[in-house]
Design a protein around this ligand. Structure first.
Ligand SMILES: Nc1ncnc2c1ncn2[C@@H]1O[C@H](COP(=O)(O)OP(=O)(O)OP(=O)(O)O)[C@@H](O)[C@H]1O
Length: 253
C-alpha cells in the first residue's frame, strides 16, 4: 500500500542527508513504526509520504501510484495525518474541526453533523457532550482524540501518525494506543507511526524500522527484533523496555 524506493532528502544541496537511501514497504492493513532518536529522519520520512516534504531522489508509491504524479491537496485528502501539536482551529467547535475537510468537499451540513457524531463516538468522545465544545475546553488527550477523528473523516485507507501520543500522560497514552489499535484493525487502515519509544513500537507495529542518522539500520517484526537486534544501537533501544518490565515484575513478586 505504501512503498518507498531508495528515498533521499538533503536540505543543503547534497552535502548532508536528513534521510538517506530509505526503502520501505507497508502492506495493506499493516502498521509500520519508524523508530529512532531525535534528528534521525523519522518526521522527514513520513512527511514525504503525503508530500509535505519533497524527496531529493527516489520514488514513493501509495496504492501502487507514484505520488509525484498526484495533486498534493488531493493526495492529502486520501491520507489521514495525525501529529503531536494537532492543529485544531481554536474558534471552531469540535464537530466543525472534525468535518472541516468534508465542508471543503461540499458535503451538506446535516450529513456533516451526522458524520461528526459518529466519528466522535468512535474515538470515545460522546458527541452529546463534546460536539459543541471549543478546543480550549478540552484536555490534551481529548484534543488528540479530536485529531484522530478529524484524520478519519475522509475515510482514508492510509494514516500517518507523527508522535501522536508524545505529549500525553502515561495512562492517557496507554488508553489511546489501545483505541488506535482497535480503530486501525476495525477499519483495516495501513499506518506509519513515528515514535522514539521502543515499547510503543513493539506494542503497536507489525513491522519496526529503526532509523539512525537518516538511514534505516534494521527492519523487522517486533519478535524478530527482540530475538535478534542485529545491531548494537537496536539492542540498546530494546534494553529500556526490557529492564523496566523486569524491574516492575521483580517489585511485584
Ligand atoms: N526544514 C529543514 N531544513 C533543514 N534541515 C532540516 C529541516 N527539517 C529537518 N531538518 C534536519 O533533518 C534531520 C532529520 O529531522 P527529522 O525532523 O526528520 O528528525 P526526527 O527523527 O523526526 O526527529 P525528532 O524525533 O526530534 O522529531 C535533522 O538533522 C534536522 O535538523
Amino acid at each position: 500500500m505504501i512503498e518507498l524506493r531508495d528515498i533521499c532528502k538533503s536540505w543543503d544541496g547534497g552535502k548532508t542527508f536528513a534521510v538517506k537511501n530509505v526503502s520501505l514497504e507497508v502492506p495493506a492493513g499493516k502498521v509500520l513504526a519508524l523508530l529512532g532518536g531525535s534528528g534521525s529522519g523519522k518526521s522527514t520520512t513520513v512527511k514525504m509520504i503525503n508530500r509535505l516534504i519533497e524527496p531529493t531522489s527516489g520514488s514513493i508509491l501509495v496504492g501502487g501510484e507514484d505520488i509525484t504524479q498526484q495533486d498534493p491537496t488531493l493526495l492529502r485528502r486520501r491520507i489521514g495525518y495525525v501529529f503531536q501539536s494537532i492543529g485544531l482551529l481554536p474558534h471552531m467547535t469540535v464537530a466543525d474541526n472534525v468535518t472541516l475537510l468534508l465542508k471543503l468537499q461540499g458535503v451538506a451540513a446535516e450529513e456533516r453533523t451526522e458524520r461528526a457524531n459518529q466519528l466522535l463516538d468512535m474515538v470515545d468522545l460522546p458527541s452529546e457532550t463534546f460536539a459543541r465544545r471549543l478546543p480550549s475546553e478540552l484536555s490534551g488527550g481529548q484534543r488528540q482524540r479530536v485529531g484522530f477523528a478529524r484524520a478519519l473523516a475522509a475515510e482514508p485507507k492510509v494514516m500517518l501518525l507523527d508522535e501522536p501520543f508524545g505529549a500525553l500522560d502515561p495512562v492517557t497514552r496507554d488508553t489511546l494506543q489501545v483505541e488506535f489499535q482497535r480503530i486501525q484493525r476495525q477499519l483495516g487502515l495501513t499506518a506509519v507511526i513515528v515514535t522514539h519509544d521502543m515499547a510503543e513500537a513493539l506494542l503497536l507495529a507489525d513491522v519496526i524500522a529503526v532509523m539512525n542518522m537518516g538511514e534505516v539500520l534494521r527492519i523487522g517484526t517486533p519478535r524478530e527484533l527482540l530475538q535478534d537486534p542485529g545491531d548494537d544501537y537496536v539492542a540498546r533501544l530494546l534494553e529500556t523496555p526490557r529492564r523496566h518490565g523486569q524491574l516492575v515484575h521483580e517489585l511485584g513478586s
